[in-house]
Ligand binder design. Sequence first.
Ligand code: 6PG
Length: 222
Amino acid sequence: MNMQFHTFENFPALADALSRQWLEVIRSTPGGASFALAGGSTPAPVYQRLDQLLSDLEQHQLIKLVATDERWVADSDAQSNEGLFRRCLSASSKRWQLVSLKNAASNPEVATDAISVRLAEQLPQAFSAVLLGMGADGHIASLFPGAPTQHDELACLAAVHPQTRQSRMSLSLPRLLNTERIWLVITGAEKRQVLERATAENLPVAALLHEAGCTIDVFWCP
Ligand code: 6PG
């Protein structure tokens, strides 16, 4: 397990540091970088800060973007992660090519084959970076405790949130691990403790920590 822990006094400082590192990854990938991004309530200020920083970027290769997981709701729904990305990355919207985890299927279970083909066609390479959050139960993306982390050889799998029963499409653990960098963004004492006991409790995030082929940079503030 190769984890680097970066502590910040507050979230604005964390968001500024991470977005500057992210900008350098984009700058150093002239052929066009690709990212898998978490949804949820934590990372939005990081996305908004990057959106500001991108306004000065000279290069114009498209940057590819996919959600680490998506709620199976309409794009206009406040719960939509892809909708969150559109709102946060609005000034730099022309720089991004979003590869959607959704299609017109009624539920993610029937969409996994089609979305997996889409991912293989549009994101065949390792990600330049994956930005993950973590739930208080140690889940990452929509890989929940006790649930599968992959479905056959597909790059994605259907999931159900254990509390809300919300249908989700998630990237599989192997697809998330196919990346050059992993940024794990968590806040507060509780999540720090969850991370510290993740291995002992065999939480989903522990699989990430132990199977990652790259360093995991944890960005944390109180
Ligand atoms: C999602 C995310 C999910 C999130 C964690 C943490 O769709 O909700 O991808 O994996 O990162 O649930 O969520 P918070 O940042 O809201 O605590």
